[in-house]
Write a protein that binds this ligand. Structure first.
Ligand code: RB5
Length: 146
């Protein structure tokens, strides 16, 4: 762990879960860089996925968390940044493997698909799991190339 903040962002569908995950991050004594949205009013998920990816890419944050209704749209937006490896996770196993095999640096969650306790579990595991390296390293390196 670098001690840098965790960047977090959501659209309106993910807003309530984002706020709960911020509480969880603070309970874990992690600094939080909250990039919005700031309420339940309708917004566009690409704006927040891109903002979190940019914070990870430019080093303001160690990693990111993005939340929308499904986790899909906001992860696609984050992954437009070539430095981002955003993974939609639905349980602790997918969160662990996203870190171990893919060196994912953005955790994407679907607030309309999973419950808050599952989301918190994904977050804890994502933060606690190191990239396994080894045979996965060359494959992850290829993700950054066209
Ligand atoms: C918003 O209604 C919804 O489309 C969005 O949160 C997300 O699920 C898109 O992928």
């Amino acid at each position: 762990m670098s001690g840098k903040p965790v960047a977090i962002g959501s659209d309106h569908a993910g807003y309530e879960m984002k706020e709960l995950l911020i509480e969880e991050l603070r309970a874990l004594r992690r600094e939080v860089l909250d990039l919005g949205c700031s309420g339940p009013e309708s917004v566009d998920y690409p704006d927040f996925g891109k903002a979190v990816a940019a914070a990870v890419a430019d080093g303001r944050a160690e990693c990111g968390v993005v939340v929308c209704g499904t986790g899909i749209g906001i992860s696609i937006a984050a992954n437009r940044n070539p430095s981002a490896r955003a993974a939609v996770c639905h349980d602790e196993t997918s969160a662990r493997l996203a870190r171990e095999h893919n060196d994912a640096n953005v955790l994407a969650l679907g607030a309309r698909l999973i419950g808050t306790e599952v989301a918190k579990g994904c977050l804890r595991v994502f933060l606690a799991t190191e990239f396994a390296g080894g045979r996965h390293a060359a494959r992850v390196a290829k993700l950054g190339r066209q």
